[in-house]
Write a protein that binds this ligand. Structure first.
Ligand code: FE2
Ligand code: ZN
Length: 357
């Protein structure tokens, strides 16, 4: 059933689902060959070319299409199926980690060679924002091969693929045998890399267990229990810097960022890179009270999962949600880790692309 209201068309389906479709929405979504480039499915129609108070002359439902007649005699066609599809979920829903959570492991070869397994792995990755690949090659720069599933490497300053070992170049605490508290990399970029793969080429040292922390789960708890803390952490800019003789990165941003609908979108946390906050800034005390609470949560067992990353394993995290940490180790053997960044969008979209085959 169709009814033209004051500013919209009300469409009631047989299933009793009711859509309230604003006139401009209807005009903008016309699927005719004039309004779209047929081959690429791109929109060609420009919204500003019609008046903002545009109103249909008549609307009818024909062969499961909405047919709209406009005053300028343009005839729009919108398949109802297409309207229905717009509310379907593109990716798996985000899920909290179950108790005693350990990341799901997939064989490196199978993940790269079998599409069906890659889909499963990527779906898992989107749900929990972490997976592990096992039996990966022990050759340097093998992370390049992950491009097949995660898209091309997202390069940053320093190295394209970072080497982390105690014998390498020391530009941060990771290159020592000290423990590394939970953090995500490059908090010193306004747009931090959002996927990080950590490839353990060899791990013969005692200790050095890997720890991951669900930053979003902690942020959600904070939002429920201490809304004032949550509020300040999502509004207060914090400075971060990472540098060496040849490189300089610096950004000021809040620790928590939300989407317009209030969903947590990204989490920024790095004790090691955080810089002195200008003490004359407003709300420094309020920030520190909240930051103390958040730091406590980052070290609480409730949000973390701990395991040993063995030689030949690659830990992959969506790093705007999942922080990584490492316990201290005894440098009594070889320990060589390489890491690189990727784009989350490329990983998630591969679920859709691979599912089409
Ligand atoms: Fe790191
Ligand atoms: Zn059209």
């Amino acid at each position: 059933m169709i009814e033209i209201k004051k500013d919209s068309v009300e469409l009631t389906l047989e299933s009793n689902v009711v859509y309230d479709l604003p006139f401009l929405w209807l005009r903008d979504n016309c699927q005719c060959d004039e309004c779209r480039i047929t081959e690429t499915e791109e929109k060609q129609f420009l919204l500003h070319t019609v008046p903002s108070d545009i109103r249909p002359k008549s609307v009818e439902e024909k062969n499961d299409n909405l047919i709209i007649h406009w005053p300028d005699s343009h005839k729009s066609i919108i398949p109802i199926k297409k309207i229905l599809r717009s509310s379907s979920q593109r990716y798996p829903k985000k899920e909290s980690w179950p108790e005693d959570f350990k990341p799901q492991k997939y064989y490196w070869n199978q993940f790269l060679e079998l599409d069906s397994l890659a889909i499963k792995g990527l779906q898992d990755f989107v749900r929990y924002d972490v997976i592990i690949l096992k039996n990966a090659p022990d050759e340097s720069n093998s992370l390049e091969l992950l491009a097949k599933r995660f898209g091309p490497i997202h390069e940053t300053l320093f190295e394209r693929i970072h080497n982390v070992s105690v014998t390498g170049q020391v530009y941060n605490v990771a290159h020592t045998s000290k423990g590394l508290p939970p953090h995500n990399d490059f908090a010193s970029y306004l747009y931090q890399p959002n996927v990080q793969a950590l490839h353990m080429l060899v791990n013969e040292c005692e200790g050095g267990e890997s720890v991951i922390v669900d930053g979003w789960e902690a942020a959600k708890d904070l939002k429920n229990k201490n809304p004032d803390f949550f509020e300040i952490l999502s509004n207060f800019d914090v400075p971060f810097r990472e540098f060496d003789d040849n490189n300089e990165t610096y950004a000021e941003a809040p620790l928590i960022r939300c989407s317009p609908s209030g969903e947590i979108e990204s989490f920024r946390f790095s004790n090691q890179l955080m810089q002195m906050i200008n003490p004359i800034k407003k709300n420094v005390k309020k920030f520190y009270d909240a930051y103390h609470k958040l730091s406590e949560m980052m070290h609480s067992s409730k949000y973390r999962s701990k395991f040993r990353l063995n030689s030949g394993e690659v830990l992959i995290v969506a790093s705007l949600r999942v922080l990584h940490a490492r316990e201290s180790f005894i440098p009594n053997g070889k320990r060589h880790l390489q890491d690189a960044y990727f784009f989350y969008d490329n990983a998630a979209n591969n679920i859709v692309r691979l599912s089409k085959h």
